[in-house]
Write a protein of this length. Structure first.
Length: 415
């Protein structure tokens, strides 16, 4: 396991280009499996999760070629229907391939994704929807064996606007017989991006980005070229890092609307934020706490930004109450922030952060992807040199992390 050594206290200043969105690329790679032609995906982020997705495509029989930031997938002869256990364990989002495998084949076999560092993370909403579409699903010794004799369009009302379930249903529905209506659908920008990609392939989809998505099945899907949207979570993390170090930076290649929930709280915290067409600048001299951060489905404050923002609020003047409404166990970074001198008390899904003047260095461990990014934000602002272990978590979602931080003047190296 690698470690990062971060010497804190250097303001992050300069310009940074934000990578393509992990949470867009993953379902889009899954969608490419259904194409009868060749799909090219631009703005592909080089992170470990997207390489796991490529391994899954190859395991299913697709040809995948990467040239710079473009991935080309030819899945015409990809008739595999089983995701190897090892790949499923490496990345929970592999569940995203279930809908497209079932749209292409009469059966699919995957291992149950199991719980993860954020909590139990059941997939009951995915499975109930697929069953309604005519899929027979049996659970056998930790594996899901799925089969059907033709997917049928239907009305599906989600008990929670699950991002993954909405995407899996969209994938299963694009070639199903008839119309599928998803009510209480997730509205995340990544859902709209997946819909844009599918429509370029010839799918008929209305309402993506709203809570009612309607999909009319088509017999076949062609190839297409698509540029994925910028990663709003990565953008938000860098904004928190710049603010925490009292820096001054311009983030390019982003969609400001997608990070509005974060930039509006950063403004409330005293940062000077300027919004451009596809860029945001931030300058921070003084930082004050915001009273409440409540994670919510989009367009609310993203759960994925909770840890980086908590690291920031731990050195702001005043108190902040964090309420985590999406995942039941997403405060694992709190214990590590305490080691750095933060003052935080947690009970269940609520954490109270009392801002301190300075954090100090410590040896800490990244417990999950965004929690690890939060620790990096804290370490960049802290006094002294912090060692973060298990940084593989960070590499799951952040492309060229050390390079980007170094370019902005941060002192960071892999050890
Ligand atoms: C996606 C994102 C992740 C983000 C999350 C919430 C990807 C690859 N990942 O994850 O970064 O943190 O959205 O914005 O896009 N749930 C159920 N049953 C289900 C499905 C979900 O109870 O069948 C629960 C989950 O346990 C969780 C909540 O619903 O508590 C949200 O999950 P969901 O929106 O499905 O998140 P993911 O798609 O897994």
């Amino acid at each position: 396991m690698s470690q990062l050594l971060i010497e804190g206290g250097y303001p992050l200043c300069g310009v940074i280009d934000v990578q393509g969105a992990k949470n867009s690329v993953l379902p889009i790679l899954s969608a490419a499996l259904m194409s009868d032609g060749e799909c090219s995906v631009l703005n592909f982020p080089e992170i470990t999760d997207t390489y796991v997705a490529i391994d899954i495509l190859r395991a299913l029989g697709a040809k995948v070629v990467k040239q710079q930031d473009c991935i080309t997938i030819n899945a015409k002869n990809a008739d595999g229907y089983e995701i190897p256990y090892g790949l499923m364990r490496k990345m929970r989002s592999s569940i995203m391939f279930l809908g497209s495998i079932l749209a292409k084949n009469k059966k699919a076999v995957i291992s149950l994704p199991g719980g993860c560092e954020l909590g139990q993370r059941p997939i009951d909403i995915h499975l109930a929807a697929l069953r309604k579409m005519g899929v027979n699903i049996e659970e056998n010794h930790g594996f899901l064996e799925c089969s059907h004799s033709g997917l049928k369009g239907c009305e599906i009302s989600l008990s929670f606007p699950s991002v993954g379930a909405t995407e899996n249903i969209m994938l299963a529905a694009v070639k199903a017989d008839g119309v599928t209506d998803i009510y209480n659908a997730a509205r995340e920008p990544e859902i709209e991006d997946l819909a844009r990609f599918l429509v370029k392939m010839g799918a008929r989809i209305k309402g993506a980005g709203t809570d009612h998505i309607s999909i009319e099945g088509v017999p076949s899907l062609s190839g297409c070229t698509h540029r994925v949207i910028p990663d709003r979570i990565v953008a938000g993390t860098y904004l928190c890092a710049v603010a925490a170090t009292r820096g001054n930076a311009l983030l390019k290649n982003i969609c400001p609307l997608h990070i509005y929930a974060v930039t509006s709280l950063l403004k409330e915290a005293g940062c000077d934020i300027k919004i451009y067409d596809d860029a945001v600048s931030i300058e921070c001299d003084k930082l004050k706490s915001v009273p409440l951060v409540r994670t919510m489905p989009y367009p609310g404050f993203p759960t994925d930004e909770q840890a980086p923002f908590m690291a920031l609020m731990s050195i702001a003047s005043g108190n902040t109450l964090f309420i985590e409404t999406i995942f039941e166990n997403r405060f694992k970074h709190v214990g590590e922030l305490l080691r750095m001198g933060a003052k935080i008390t947690t009970e269940g899904r609520v954490s109270l952060v009392e801002g301190v003047k300075k954090l100090h260095s410590a040896t800490v461990q990244a417990t999950d992807l965004r929690g690890g990014a939060g620790l990096a934000v804290a370490a960049l602002a802290a006094e002294g040199s912090t060692v973060i272990s298990s940084v593989e978590h960070i590499y799951r979602g952040y492309e060229n992390f050390e390079y980007n931080i170094s370019e902005l003047g941060g002192k960071i190296k892999k050890i």
